[in-house]
Ligand binder design. Structure first.
Ligand SMILES: [Zn+2]
Length: 452
């Protein structure tokens, strides 16, 4: 009898193996490809460090989920849909079990978004389209390679902390309601950050026989530290993931998912220190290394994936605002009119063109443990919204991947709208859109927690 129980137990353990496979595929564009990050055409003319699509596939009892992160400025819905279709056909993983997010590196290629931005950045030029059309296949390839490497693992998680490297890039001055954007310096007597930052460094590690095979790292900060050069770089996430591999397991694939960093930059207006890409990546790797001894094993189960399509209201503009945007658009191909007016014009004209098309975006949740879930949001989300999700989440660890499964651009919290400036004038959704996304995210988190 005792032997029978043991045999059954071992059978059961075997059947319930939690497996993970990870892979990365180079997606560095060739010279001449349009670059992202700024409101003008810049052709790629070199490579500082390569960029990748990285994938972790998790599986138990034949149920799969995949987390995919691209070293790109963003994701677009057409690419996500094409990639999911390719994954479903080539890898036998349900397309809607795939979460595709972007690190938001500002030194990656630009993807066409169906707006005026495409003309400014030449994203829809032949080299831009050639790059874009190859992406779904490369994403599917990374998922396929990851799935081929599925091996029994023990997942574990810890929460690190990196303080003093990220800053809320919106600042309020006493007596003034409009926010200042990306100041070089502030006067602490009269000026203060308009909101918080999120210092948490999420660390999720999968180990096979004690050796890390994959990690999923999470922090909220714009990757803009390389600046306006013409060379491709993964920015600080490239350094961060490289150092984590070097220190903790050269054989692992380390993914970095950007958190809610819509209003978070590295520009230090407190001490005025200029931190390099290397310094930022090292600070985050140090935070992950400090958290490594705190990694706690997660009890795992077959992945649960929930997605919801959310319909949001587009902002509305007056005839005068639309006329002014047309005037700016007519001049901005030949003149540099400043980031904020250009961003505003692009947003107003895109909204005008799409005013009868519902603004539908996806929120997705992947969960394989009672203590951890990954939630994805479709844009550049203000940090206040991410913190609200983490605070109310039923999970001990909630990792958030922004710019996932498409992007609606900036998503400010409601309080920020009247304070204006860059992210607000370029936001597609009306005030309250971000809070709606938080509500849906929390609903999905509660559902997966309840076993749905
Ligand atoms: Zn951004």
């Amino acid at each position: 009898m005792r032997y029978l129980v043991l045999a059954l137990l071992s059978l059961q353990v075997h059947a319930a193996d939690f497996r993970v496979g990870a892979a990365q595929v180079d997606i560095t564009p060739k010279n001449g490809t349009p670059m992202a990050g700024y409101y003008k055409f810049r052709a790629v003319s070199g490579v500082l460090d390569p960029i990748f699509v990285k994938t972790i596939v998790v599986e138990q009892d034949g149920r799969h989920a995949a987390m995919v992160v691209l070293d790109l400025a963003g994701t677009t819905r057409p690419i996500v849909e094409a990639a999911r279709k390719a994954v479903q056909e080539q890898c036998g993983i349900e397309g809607d079990h795939v979460m595709i997010s972007a690190t938001h590196t500002h030194t990656g290629p630009q993807l066409a978004r169906g707006s005026l931005m495409d003309d400014l950045t030449k994203a829809n030029s032949p080299p831009g389209l050639e790059y874009m059309n190859a992406l779904p296949g490369l994403i599917a390839q990374s998922v396929k390679e990851a799935k081929a490497r599925l091996t029994a693992v023990q997942p574990s998680a810890a929460a690190g902390k990196a303080e003093g490297i990220s800053f809320n890039r919106r600042v309020l001055r006493d007596g003034v309601t409009q926010a200042i954007w990306q100041p070089q310096k502030i006067n602490p007597a009269t000026e203060r950050p308009a909101g918080p930052i999120d210092p948490e460094v999420g660390v999720l590690v999968f180990q096979a026989d004690g050796k890390p095979v994959a990690s999923y790292l999470n922090f909220a900060m714009h990757p803009t530290s390389v600046g306006g050069g013409l060379s491709i770089s993964a920015d600080y996430p490239g350094v961060f993931t490289r150092l984590v591999r070097e220190r903790h397991g050269p054989g692992m694939v380390a993914l970095f998912a950007n958190g809610c960093c819509g209003n978070i930059n590295h520009g230090d207006y407190i001490t005025h220190q200029r931190r390099s890409t290397l310094q930022l990546g090292t600070a985050l790797a140090d935070a992950a290394t400090a958290a490594w001894p705190d990694l706690k094993p997660l009890t795992s189960f077959a992945p649960r994936v929930r997605s919801e399509q959310v319909t949001l209201q587009r902002r509305k503009f007056s005839e005068a605002e639309i006329a002014r945007a047309r005037d700016i658009a007519a001049r901005m191909m030949t003149q540099s009119l400043g980031t904020v007016p250009m961003a505003e014009a692009v947003c107003i004209l895109e909204t005008e063109t799409k005013k009868d098309v519902p603004l539908v975006v996806e929120v997705q949740c992947i969960c394989f443990s009672d203590d951890l879930a990954i939630i994805s949001l479709p844009g550049e989300i203000f940090v206040e919204l991410g913190l609200a999700i983490k605070k109310a989440s039923p999970f001990k660890h909630t990792l958030i991947a922004e710019l996932a499964n498409g992007s609606m651009g900036y998503v400010p919290n409601r309080e920020a709208y009247p304070q204006g400036n860059y992210e607000i004038v370029s936001a597609r959704g009306e005030a309250g859109s971000g809070e709606k996304l938080v509500e849906v995210a929390l609903k999905l988190l509660r559902e997966v927690k309840a076993g749905k």
